[in-house]
Ligand binder design. Structure first.
Ligand code: TMP
Ligand code: MG
Length: 235
């Protein structure tokens, strides 16, 4: 506990296509870190997630009840209307809204890291680019609005073949949740890999994947303590 307070928190991003197990792993991870006395918080894009009681998230195996990504800022609400097909928004415009939704969280994010809290984020700018570019928007254009966001110390990409994802109860009814589209998204994710990325095979059991995630995250928390917070994503 005391040692952890000496350094800043680490910024860990969990990415992957829909149904890869991101949300489950994020919640198990935050729970586990807190159990070990490491200060940790979970953020979620789009929107920002907080459990009703505070930072702590329950360990119920079916986490859907506890995990309602609250798309509650005014920008989050526009995004939610778009994703649920209640509203159509032009492709470039929705892209900028997703990016704005990240920018509006940066002050909060930085203050958590400075206070020594490790922040786990369920999706980040990589999702932003992958989904918009999969619709045909120019990749370079897609990256620009997120240039200068806080740079993650680690990006864990939970990799699940789209066929496997489909077997997991199928995709939901939200925009983008189709097999053909998810395949395109995965290809673009692969183009966005950089040295902060680690690709994990998400076909293994929840507990096995959790163990691998935890191993990477513990190492990153240690290594990041003495490093500066960098606000230079894609610079
Ligand atoms: P979610 O299922 O993780 O709540 O995300 C909702 C959808 O939004 C998902 O299909 C991915 C998509 N998305 C974007 O298109 N751009 C973004 O910047 C983000 C964060 C998500
Ligand atoms: Mg979804």
């Amino acid at each position: 506990r005391i040692l952890n307070n000496l350094g800043r928190g680490a910024l860990i991003v969990i990415e992957g296509c829909d149904r890869a197990g991101k949300s489950t792993q994020c919640m198990k991870l935050v729970d586990r870190l807190e159990d070990q006395g490491i200060k940790a918080r979970l953020l979620k894009f789009p929107g920002m997630f907080r459990s009703p009681s505070g930072s702590r998230i329950g360990q119920h195996p079916d986490m859907s009840f506890a995990y309602q990504p609250d798309r509650s800022t005014s920008i989050g609400q526009m995004i939610n209307a778009y994703l649920t097909n209640a509203k159509d928004i032009e492709d470039h415009a929705i892209h900028l809204l997703f990016s704005a939704n990240r920018w509006e969280a940066m002050t909060h994010l930085k203050s958590l890291l400075i206070a020594g809290t490790t922040v786990i984020i369920d999706r980040y700018a990589y999702s932003g680019v992958a989904f918009s570019a999969a619709k045909g928007l120019d990749l370079k254009w897609c990256k620009q609005p997120d240039v200068g966001l806080v740079t993650p110390d680690l990006v864990l990409f939970l990799d699940l073949p789209v066929e496997e994802a489909e077997k997991r109860g199928g995709f939901g009814g939200e925009r983008y949740e189709t097999k053909a589209f998810q395949k395109k998204v995965r290809d673009i994710f692969m183009d966005l890999r950089d040295r902060s990325w680690k690709i994990l095979d998400a076909r293994v059991s929840i507990d096995e994947l959790h163990a691998r995630v935890l191993e990477e995250v513990m190492r990153t928390i240690e290594n990041s303590k003495a490093l500066q917070i960098r606000e230079d994503l894609w610079k």
